[in-house]
Structure formats: structure tokens, C-alpha cells
Design a protein around this ligand. Structure first.
Ligand code: PLP
Length: 394
């Protein structure tokens, strides 16, 4: 049986999958099982910032796999300690203590538990349009009703949603039980929404004045994608807690919560844990990824290429009236189409012509390529999108 038939028969139907099977990747390119090549602007959903199968990451994983793969957190783990020390240099000071897990949702879960443990309060302010993952606390903080409502019975009634980019609404939602505000500095799944200049600093001020923790979910925006190591740095804001995952392992699963030390110290043994979290293999992959991103100056590169890419998307938006807006920061960019059906057709046609892009928030084409993307790749995608959009809107 072929892969698509096996998937349909044996795998939970939790994803709407494109009808191709990817079997190989290198740099900016992916190949399917028929040998077709694709230029990848999805990067495994903002994961493969170094491109596919970067040799430094592959070498680190194979070397570590031969030495030690798993031992549990009952012992000290060399690559875990080294990774934490490296992250302490990258994360906005004074965030310099870390908890390692395996995914973004787990990092969010840890962040919320830590906020409640530290403040001894229990309510969380979250944003409309947010996405934080699929475990029960993370989905509880996620706005989209169709993700949340079928499981409402399992989700504690502790989340107060307010409109994104609205400081007055956030302030109004504060009660005497509010522990924290959780926010994506740039909303990813919500449609690539960049807030106004005063928003993050305003949230920081509100948190300080009311004794709340500010949690920045940087699972998608973190580690260089927006043009800085962390998106919150664009607004010179230091959160109390910061979540990361996606790009951290260069394609290998790893999640992480960072916090100011006096906050992280509210966790004591038994409060929170993960058998696989911070295992030697994942940490070796993450160390290699971070060091290679540093060596290649990928955050700076994302800022520069992102400016160019956005300009090219704006040109498309001026030309085609079915595009409502081009927006984003660094290499997390979106093109909001006038209709969902148009966005879906563009994704399908792009794939047929060898370009992988995806669509989020119903009708926003999202571009989160590897940060190694070059101008020639961007130009070639833009030319193809120009032709496709002209065809689709007919
Ligand atoms: C901002 C944000 N937080 C959390 C998550 C959940 O991460 P994961 O799918 O690794 O659990 C995502 C995933 O897209 C995300 O974009």
C-alpha cells in the first residue's frame, strides 16, 4: 500500500494533508516520493530555520546518538547544561533559567503552571486570535472556538480573552486572581498579526503595575525568525517567562520554557517534569542549531531578507485586488486574500508548480521559509505567485 493509503487507513485524521509524500530534504528544497522537487516556504511550520538536514545538525545528532541518547532527568546531563548556558546568553536578560520539554504546547503548559505556582493566583489573560497549542491548558489559552469548544469540559475556567493589540481591554480584564498575561509578540497561526509599537511595552507596564507575570509565547517567533533572537526584543520588552520550541532543535523535537531565575525557582522537585525533556540527543541537536544560527548570523539575515520579501509581497498586493494586505516582520510574512477559496487555490497551484506555502486563519497565505532563503528563491516564488493569482482570480 502506498503512504497516502496507509495514512488514511491507520492515522488519526487530525490534519488536512496536501496530497504528496515528502521523502527527502536539503537546504531550501524538498523532494516527494515521485522525485518532484519543491522550494519550501513552510519549513515544517517555522521549524527548519537552517533549512533541511543541515550538515552541522546531522553531525551533532549522529555523534550524540552513538554516545548517549536518553538517561532521564534523574541525573545531570552534559548537553542539557551546555544548552541552557548557551540560551542564557541569547535570551533577553535576566531570563536565564530553563525547563526543557518536547514541544511548544508543553512549554506553554509549563509556563502557565509556573505562573500560577509563583503568583499563587489562578486566572490568565489571553488574546483573541491566539494560538498556544493543543494540550488542555494550551488549547484553553487558544482563541479559535473550533479548537477549544469540543474539549471545554476538560479546560479549567481560568482564561479571560481580550482583543489582541488593545491595551485598555487587557487592563479592564485584570481581576484580583489574575496571575499572568500570555501573548504571542506576533500572532502566527492567527494570521501573522504584528501589534502596534506601544503594545508590548504597554503590556509590560500593565503587568508591572498590577503584579502580573508577562509570558511571551515565542514558539513560532523565537530564535531569529523575526530578525532578532526573540520578537519581544523589537519592542525592548523583557518578559518574565518565554516559551520556545519549533526552530530550537533544527528539526529535532525540543521545547523550552525560560524564566527570570527568581520565578523559575518557584518550581521545586515534583512540581513539573518530563521524562524525555532535555534528553542528550535533543539538546545536542539544539546546541548545533543555535551555534550554526549564530555563525551564519541568521537573525540579521532574516531581518534583511524579510524586508526585501515584504516589499515584493507589497508589490503583489498593489497589483492584485484579491489581496487585502501584505504584512509581517522578518521572515514571518502573510498575504491576506479576500476569500478563503482563493487562498486555498493559490496553495494548491503553487504546490503543483513546485512551491510549498501554507494558509492560516482561513485566508492568509503564510510564508515562514528557512532563514537561509536567498533573494533568488523569493523572486522565483513572487513571479510564480503573480501568475497563479492572475489565473485564480479569473
Ligand atoms: C505560538 C505557538 N505556541 C505554541 C504552539 C504549539 O507548538 P507545538 O505544536 O510544538 O505543540 C505553536 C504551534 O504552532 C505556536 O505557533
Amino acid at each position: 500500500m502506498d503512504t497516502i493509503k496507509l495514512t488514511e487507513r491507520y492515522i488519526a485524521h487530525t490534519y488536512k494533508r496536501q496530497p504528496i509524500t515528502i521523502v527527502k530534504g536539503r537546504g531550501m528544497f524538498l523532494w516527494d516520493s515521485t522525485g518532484r522537487r519543491y522550494l519550501d516556504f513552510v519549513a515544517g511550520v517555522a521549524v527548519c530555520s537552517l533549512g533541511h538536514c543541515h550538515p552541522d545538525v546531522v553531525r551533532a545528532i549522529t555523534t550524540q546518538a552513538k554516545k548517549l541518547m536518553h538517561v532521564s532527568n534523574l541525573y545531570h546531563i552534559q548537553p542539557q547544561a551546555e544548552l541552557a548556558a548557551l540560551l542564557a546568553k541569547i535570551a533577553p536578560s535576566p531570563v536565564d533559567k530553563f525547563f526543557f520539554c518536547n514541544s511548544g504546547a508543553e512549554a506553554v503548559e509549563a509556563a502557565l503552571k509556573l505562573a500560577v505556582k509563583h503568583t499563587k493566583k489562578k486566572r490568565i489573560i489571553a488574546m483573541q486570535g491566539s494560538f498556544h497549542g493543543r494540550t488542555t491548558l494550551a488549547v484553553g489559552a487558544t482563541w479559535k472556538p473550533s479548537y477549544r469548544e469540543p474539549f471545554q469540559a476538560l479546560i479549567p475556567d481560568v482564561f479571560d480573552f481580550v482583543p489582541f493589540n488593545d491595551l485598555a481591554a487587557a487592563e479592564r480584564a485584570i481581576g484580583d486572581q489574575t496571575a499572568a498575561i500570555i501573548v504571542e509578540p506576533v500572532q502566527g497561526e492567527g494570521g501573522v498579526n504584528v501589534p502596534s509599537r506601544d503594545y508590548l511595552p504597554g503590556l509590560r507596564k500593565i503587568c508591572d503595575e498590577n503584579g502580573l507575570l508577562l509570558i511571551c509565547d515565542e514558539v513560532q517567533t523565537g530564535l531569529g525568525r523575526t530578525g532578532k533572537w526573540f520578537a519581544c526584543e523589537h519592542w525592548r520588552v523583557t518578559p518574565d517567562e518565554i516559551t520556545m520550541a519549533k526552530a530550537l532543535g533544527g528539526g529535532f523535537p525540543i521545547g523550552c520554557l525560560g524564566a527570570k531565575p527568581e520565578i523559575m525557582d518557584s518550581f521545586s522537585p515534583g512540581d513539573h517534569a518530563s521524562t524525555f525533556g532535555g534528553n542528550p540527543l535533543a539538546c545536542a541537536a539544539a546546541i548545533a542549531s543555535l551555534k550554526t544560527m549564530q555563525r551564519l548570523r541568521l537573525p540579521q539575515r532574516a531581518a534583511k531578507l524579510g524586508r526585501y520579501f515584504l516589499r515584493r509581497l507589497e508589490e503583489l498586493a498593489e497589483k492584485h485586488d484579491c489581496i487585502k494586505e501584505a504584512r509581517g516582520i522578518g521572515l514571518i510574512l502573510g498575504l491576506e486574500m479576500s476569500e478563503k477559496s482563493i487562498a486555498e487555490s493559490v496553495v494548491a497551484k503553487a504546490r503543483e508548480r513546485g512551491y510549498l506555502i501554507n494558509c492560516t486563519a482561513d485566508k492568509v497565505l503564510r510564508f515562514v521559509p528557512p532563514l537561509i532563503v536567498e533573494r533568488k528563491h523569493i523572486d522565483s516564488l513572487i513571479s510564480e505567485l503573480d501568475r497563479i493569482i492572475a489565473e485564480v482570480k479569473k
